[in-house]
Write a protein that binds this ligand. Structure first.
Ligand SMILES: NC(=O)c1ccc[n+]([C@@H]2O[C@H](COP(=O)([O-])OP(=O)(O)OC[C@H]3O[C@@H](n4cnc5c(N)ncnc54)[C@H](OP(=O)(O)O)[C@@H]3O)[C@@H](O)[C@H]2O)c1
Length: 96
């Protein structure tokens, strides 16, 4: 892996996004990870991660305001993500 990579992982509070974030933190070539969560009640494992390369950000991807805040936070951090991994989604709806 190239040195000094920056990643944005959307939907990092659980499942695939959390696993990818954990894997990226094992990579010394990754210098910065922006990892988003929607609900802090579901994000205990992500928020407990202690790594100075990790910045967690609260984002609901259906909110334009949240997306603008996400972009502003990354700009303020002078971050330039090399790749974006979107894991936010819904596999199944609950039964009616
Ligand atoms: N796991 C599989 O085998 C599998 C197979 C095929 C496809 N997929 C797809 O892959 C994606 C991730 O799967 P997963 O198993 O990792 O699911 P998951 O454990 O349910 O995680 C989904 C993540 O998306 C977040 N999220 C959902 N809606 C959001 C929104 N509006 N704004 C911001 N974040 C939102 C959730 O946050 P909250 O905790 O706040 O809800 C959670 O962090 C899903 O789209 C799923 O359909 C998964």
């Amino acid at each position: 892996m190239t040195d000094s990579l920056t990643a944005l992982v959307v939907g990092a509070s659980g499942g695939i996004g959390l696993a990818i974030t954990q894997e990226l933190l094992q990579e010394p070539g990754v210098q910065r990870i922006y990892a988003t969560y929607r609900n802090s009640d579901h994000a205990a494992a992500l928020l407990a991660m202690d790594d100075e390369r990790l910045q967690t950000l609260k984002v609901n991807i259906t909110s334009a305001d949240d997306l603008q805040s996400l972009a502003a936070s990354i700009r303020a951090d002078q971050g330039h993500p090399d790749f974006v991994i979107n894991c936010a989604g819904l596999l199944h709806l609950s039964d009616p």
